[in-house]
Design a protein around this ligand. Structure first.
Ligand SMILES: [Zn+2]
Length: 392
């Protein structure tokens, strides 16, 4: 059966009920403003919009333990509260927490199944990307790991090579952990070094378990890494591995918190580079995975200026209709922002950055801290895939 021409967007306003409450950085406002902007650009007409339902416990158990699921459902932080990661400032318990969290998983599972089965060529779940959640605990604002469950659902249907690319500012530790010793999933996380930011993990030498050496890939970038170095990193790591391994499905997490304005991280990435990263992943999927691509959101705490633009660009790329960075933001959206927040939204879809970079094949500088990080990762994992760390 031919895949539907239109890509899939997983969305329902019910996803806004994933809400840790006033003052918490992960405000549902970011999704609300994103979807208003997506709509104002007319993208909803170009996408097959599907409202996800919460998944059942059996699906969650592909990754999570029933005992943990029971605590989430009971809205019970446990005793002591830290044991399940529930309660406390990062992951406070909220009403209908299970349903809201399981609905996010429902979106990513529907996306991965549709793309894996060939019903859709691409899909995007902006509410997804809860990459920190562990089998038996919440972590870093993430209750259930929609990405890991989505990938596991594809594996359960016979997938043998799933490439996961995570460009959130934080290490994609929960997804990595879920497939640490599983050579069917190659996880790549490009993030700010754990020396200076949560969760403190994800170093070059962390390369996977004994049966899957080289299948966990981590680049730990120094604080204040900017566009050109960030894009160069993604290209220098992801491109050769994808070319060599030929994934059947690409799943990517586009947390927008690598942005220079993000209040909880220290990278210096622009909306223009985030758009470029989405295009790079799309292109990789086209060349090496027959186009099969599932994209999710993730972190992102600069709620008005960054996240809506970064993810609207992402949704547009998935829709096959990338937005010109120079486009003005639609007046209807600016009005919405003004009415809701009493402030001005960004006037254009660009920050005027070129989003260009010098590719690795043109050489590297051992004195440069980003090049050193790239090289450490390539040395750690490339030989496991028969690739030379020093050359393409
Ligand atoms: Zn993050």
């Amino acid at each position: 059966m031919a895949a539907d021409e239109r890509a899939m967007l997983l969305w329902t306003p019910e996803l806004l009920s994933y809400d840790f409450g006033p003052g918490h950085p992960m405000s549902p406002l970011r999704l609300r403003l994103t979807m208003e902007l997506v709509s104002a650009f007319g993208l909803l007409d170009r996408l097959d919009v599907v409202a996800p339902e919460p998944v059942d416990d059996a699906t969650l158990r592909l990754v999570h333990e029933q005992e943990y699921i029971d605590h989430v459902r009971a809205e019970d932080a446990g005793d002591p509260p830290s044991r399940w990661g529930l309660g406390g400032p990062d992951n406070p318990v909220f009403a209908h927490m299970h349903e809201a969290s399981a609905r996010i998983v429902g979106g990513t599972v529907a996306a991965t199944r549709a793309v894996w089965r060939g019903e859709k060529v691409r899909a995007v779940n902006p509410a997804g990307g809860m990459h920190h959640a562990m089998a038996r605990s919440a972590s870093g604002f993430c209750v259930y790991n929609d990405v890991a469950v989505g990938i596991a659902a594809a594996l359960a249907e016979g997938a043998e090579r799933v490439l996961y690319v995570d460009v959130d500012a934080h290490h994609g530790d929960g997804v990595e952990r879920a497939f640490w010793d599983d050579p069917r999933v190659l996880t790549i996380s490009v993030h700010q070094t754990g020396q200076s930011v949560f969760p403190g993990t994800g170093y070059a030498q962390d390369a996977g378990g004994p049966r899957a050496r080289g299948f966990a890939v981590n680049v730990a970038l120094p604080p204040r890494t900017a566009d050109a170095a960030w894009l160069r990193t993604i290209e220098a790591i992801v491109e050769p591995l994808a070319q060599e391994w030929r994934p059947q499905l690409v799943v990517s997490q586009h947390g927008a918190d690598a942005h220079g304005r993000d209040p909880i991280t220290d990278l210096d990435i622009s909306v223009d580079a985030q758009r470029a990263a989405a295009l790079m992943v799309c292109d990789l999927a086209e060349r090496f995975a027959e186009g099969r691509w599932v994209a999710t959101g993730g972190g992102g705490y600069d709620l008005v200026s960054t996240v809506p633009r970064a993810w609207t660009h992402l949704v547009a790329v998935v829709a096959g209709a990338p937005i010109d960075p120079g486009s003005p933001t639609p007046p209807a959206w600016l009005e919405y922002v003004g009415d809701l927040l009493g402030r001005d939204g960004p006037a254009t879809m660009t920050e005027g950055r070129p989003a260009t970079f010098r590719p690795w094949e043109e050489g590297y500088d051992p004195e440069d801290p980003v090049d050193r990080a790239i090289l450490a990762t390539r040395r750690s994992v490339f030989p496991e895939h028969g690739l030379d760390p020093l050359v393409r």
